[in-house]
Design a protein around this ligand. Structure first.
Ligand code: DI6
Ligand code: FE
Length: 411
């Protein structure tokens, strides 16, 4: 008879193992954890051991903890004025050209202390956690100078230490050009001293860039990727969001973990991603808020079996979205994903987009015991409600430990 630390019974399981029969669903299941890992799962009748601590799931569903694999949670200030301007007819790219957009948030973020950035980001992170997020990716990119880029990444790292949520960081120095430097000088700074310090302090798990007509050219992006490669850091890319700049194919050539947005990605780009094993991260919040028309090529991504992830892209400009469940709902309604695809997109495929697929993202023996118990009648219900959010979450478990509910206790 095996001994476990804790066992959950009276539950249904959705393992979210891609390609598993019956969508990985196990009725009247049980799940056992030991030393922070999943030690056993299957039909309850076959449970091979016992534990002192037994949790009764009251018939709810257990899924892997949600993984939000693309956010810009660390920043100061808001850009509601631009939201108003856009609705009065000024395009997003035009606002950026006028020096608004990302640069406005750069001004606010440079002026904010580390403590202030931490406080602001933590409040946002709580909203994600309240809806079942157990791993979140956080990017820099609102500093555009050495000091502020490092400050953002330190805050992101600290957020991963200070409560029971894991944080993966991405260095996004190549997000926009700062007002004080010319393009070439800034690319030199990003690829040289900035990345040196980021790597030296171990502040980044990956390197990201924004390859777009209004941002970094393919050549500039390639320089950033070469510098990342030289440091042994994996890359990802904001690619083909408002035009087809060949970003997806470029990222694939560097074996990118993910290409994000991909609204304008061509068939050649999709083929390249498939060959490289690059994940397509769909960001329906930005598509929705910017009232875009061009949808990502979901049919092509399916045809070439490119894994699709879904993320909030939480940021003050294009996606002030702090609900992973609403992100899945939007991915279904706006992009035509099935609820099952959207759920894979915030679990197994999101883990893969962060290079963490061997450790989390599915319910499998040996993986980190990060999971959520939901009061729902079927997994698709997580993609169905709009704004019910934390009302569906019965329990959140991180590394095998039931985690305190968010709110005042964590303040
Ligand atoms: N794409 C995005 O969705 C965010 N950054 C990027 O490169 C938006 C950033 C912003 O507008 O503040
Ligand atoms: Fe983004």
């Amino acid at each position: 008879m095996e001994r476990f630390d804790r066992i959950w019974v009276n539950v249904q399981l959705a393992t979210m193992v891609p390609g598993a029969p019956d969508r990985g669903e196990i009725r009247d299941g049980a799940l056992a954890v030991r030393d922070g890992r999943i030690a056993w799962l299957g039909p309850r009748a076959q449970l091979p051991g016992e534990a002192v601590e037994i949790h009764d799931g009251a018939g709810g569903w257990i899924l892997p903890g949600l993984i939000d694999c693309h956010t810009h949670l660390v920043f100061a200030g808001e850009r509601c004025g631009e939201f108003e301007e856009r609705l009065e007819g000024v395009p997003y790219a035009e606002i950026a050209r006028r020096g608004g957009g990302i640069r406005r948030t750069v001004d606010g973020t440079r002026a904010a202390s580390e403590e202030e950035l931490h406080r602001l980001a933590r409040a946002r992170l709580h909203r994600l956690v309240d809806e079942g997020v157990t791993t979140v990716e956080i990017k820099s990119g609102y500093g555009l100078d050495i000091e502020t880029e490092l400050r953002m990444l330190r805050v992101a790292r600290a957020l991963g230490r200070d409560r029971d949520v894991s944080v993966a960081t991405s260095f996004l120095g190549a997000h926009a050009f700062p007002a004080e430097l010319d393009r070439a000088a800034y690319v030199d700074l990003v690829c040289g001293p900035m990345l040196d310090l980021v790597a030296e302090e171990g502040l980044a798990d990956a390197v990201d860039a924004f390859c777009e007509t209004i941002a970094f050219s393919p050549e500039e992006t390639e320089r950033v990727f070469q510098a990342a490669k030289a440091k042994g850091l994996p890359v990802k890319l904001h690619a083909d969001q408002i035009s087809d700049s060949g970003g997806a194919a470029l990222a694939a050539r560097y074996g990118a973990l993910s290409c994000d947005h991909v609204e304008y990605t061509s068939e050649a780009g999709v083929r390249a991603m498939a060959a490289a094993g690059t994940v397509a991260v769909l960001l329906p919040g930005a598509f929705y808020l910017l009232r875009e028309r061009q949808r990502p090529p979901v049919e092509l991504l399916r045809r070439f079996a490119v894994p699709m992830a879904v993320a909030t892209d939480a940021n003050p400009g294009s996606s002030p979205l702090l609900s992973p469940l609403l992100a899945m709902n939007l991915a279904c309604v706006l992009f035509g994903l099935t609820p099952y695809e959207a759920l894979l997109g915030m679990t197994a495929h999101a883990a893969r987009a962060l290079g963490l697929a061997a450790d989390r993202g599915t319910l499998e023996v040996g993986k980190r015991a990060d999971f959520c118990l939901w009061r729902i009648s079927r997994p698709a219900e997580l993609c169905y409600w709009m704004g019910f959010g934390s009302g569906l979450l019965a329990e959140r478990v991180v590394a095998g430990r039931p985690s305190a509910p968010a709110g005042p206790a964590l303040a």
